[in-house]
Design a protein. Sequence first.
Length: 421
Amino acid sequence: MFLNKGFPYPVVGVANDTMTATTMLQEANAREVVVGFPGQEGVEFALHAAELYRNRRFYLALNNLKPTATLFAQAAAKGVRIISYRSAAADLVRALGTAVPDTGSLTSREPVETPVLQAASQEYLAAKTAALRPLKHQRVAVYSVKGGAGKTAIAANLAAYAAAWAQGKGLKYRVVLVDGDIGGAKTAGDWLRVPENVTQNLLVWQSLQGLPGWDVVEKMLVKVPGKTDNLYFLPSPQQTGAEAISGELMVHVLSILDQYFDLVVVDLSTRVEDDATLVTLQTATTILLVVTPEIGVIKRTESRFLRPAARLQVNLASIQVVLNRTNPKVPFKPADIAAQFGGIPAFPEAIPEDDSVLACLNDPGADGPVVLARPESVFAKKIVALTGAVLGLEMTKPVARRKNKLLAWLGRITPGRKAAL
């Protein structure tokens, strides 16, 4: 798309995904390769491909992703030139005016032998196939018997990261966060940087009959501002309208959202006796039961929710305990919680108290919730792992594992190659 205006050189082929691009690299004879896939996906592919195909010159066209010193160093080491997405055609015309060797490596490194290249490409394709397999539909309820346990922070950040990750992978995947904390503090929208004066809320959905079209549904939701275009938010009504949110209305709303969204995340109130909360817990595919390391919270979670779960018609098999706001100085492990709760599975990684969470929430200049604005924070890393556990996918950087295997192959060619890289 960014080479179609006034570009004087012929384009051998165009790939719309990295799997097709990998196959094309094996077959096409082009000496120049432009990588323009969005976000981290393009960076991973450019560095991976440039490591293998050393007789070609690679260009990485960046759009929204900001280049860092580390990225420039990584690209330079692989012979990848970083160019602007907006001026890619002009940048390429200038670059193609320089001399290009007819054969051999463009980065003064030994070429990769054909068997190694083919094996590395096959591994990459296998990894991509696993990463891009269809995601099943999920309705996730985030619940706690105690206010202040951090369930809203977990719900909002999980939804935001799932949407950002899917978009970065080029997947058509919609995510919606529903503020089901009826009459609660209304902080879910704060996490997503949604203005307070929006007119959409759960109460307005009373007017919908049957299954409306997407054009109607989209207008009834708030499009979350930011880099993602696949994340939506449905606020809870103000205090005056909270009593009108019945269990029947909640079921109607969720059944409509199920038709149009791949992931529906509902942040619930602590009052399991409320019909809207109860029906959401009864129908969720996954319940994230958020607890904090306090004996009173553990006891109330048992007595108010887990013991009466059968009577409440809540499926115990759908529950996963999430231990949140832990303190390293006070040992308290998820396994201890699971044992206390009679074998209810627990997310194996406790989420510690992190000052970045509150600092990001109170920062008006933060670009989204903490998992996106401060990805290096401890809380963000735990949310990434939790999101992967919920969706059943590896959401950390699988490239690291591919790189380790690739380095082992390259080590067979040149002694000391692993240390050099």
